[in-house]
Design a protein around this ligand. Structure first.
Ligand code: NI
Length: 175
């Protein structure tokens, strides 16, 4: 496995609508494993393929608490089958927008269809953190960031700070 570099916003890759996976093969399984390792190292609870520069519909999540056993979920082509009528407000962050957080309103629960790492089609019913996390990751596959759910004023403020942070990151890596 390998830890992959995470792309920071703003970046055109993070605005891309990602392509469907036709088959969960060894290459996709390897990508899923690398993404999990990258997510755990960050650390984070979810990661979508475009965040590591791959514009394909692959997501990994693990919403287990620190005192629980890890519960990694590897997903290809995840989609929302149904969402609950009741909504929840949660403070969200993103590994592509490090140190920025904002309250986002989303459906509190969701039924998700996806292909697992063996190519088997699965449906899971989610609520709480897992529901929020998977909806956030599916957004990534459609070129949407959590800041696209908040006011333009707040979003632009965050992007301005990110442009500066990216410049500094670039200078550091050039040392
Ligand atoms: Ni994210």
């Amino acid at each position: 496995m390998a830890i992959l570099p995470i792309i920071w916003a703003p970046d055109p890759i993070l605005k891309t609508r990602c392509a469907k996976i036709s088959e969960v093969d060894a290459e996709i399984r390897r990508l899923m494993d690398d993404m999990l390792e990258t997510m755990y190292a960050a650390p984070g609870v979810g990661l979508a393929a475009p965040q590591v520069g791959v514009t394909r519909r692959v997501v990994v999540v693990d919403c287990a608490r620190a005192d629980e056993e890890p519960r990694p979920i590897r997903m290809a082509n995840p989609e929302l089958l149904t969402v609950s009528e009741d909504e929840a407000i949660n403070e969200e962050g993103c590994l592509s927008l490090p140190s920025h957080y904002a309250d986002v309103i989303r459906p509190a629960g969701a039924k998700i269809l996806y292909l697992d790492e063996t190519g088997v089609s699965r449906v899971i019913k989610t609520e709480g953190l897992l529901a929020t996390c998977i909806q956030h990751e599916i957004d990534h596959l459609n070129g949407i960031l959590f800041v696209d759910h908040i006011s333009a004023l707040k979003r632009n403020m965050i992007f301005k700070k990110m442009v500066k942070a990216k410049r500094e990151r670039h200078l550091e890596s050039a040392d």
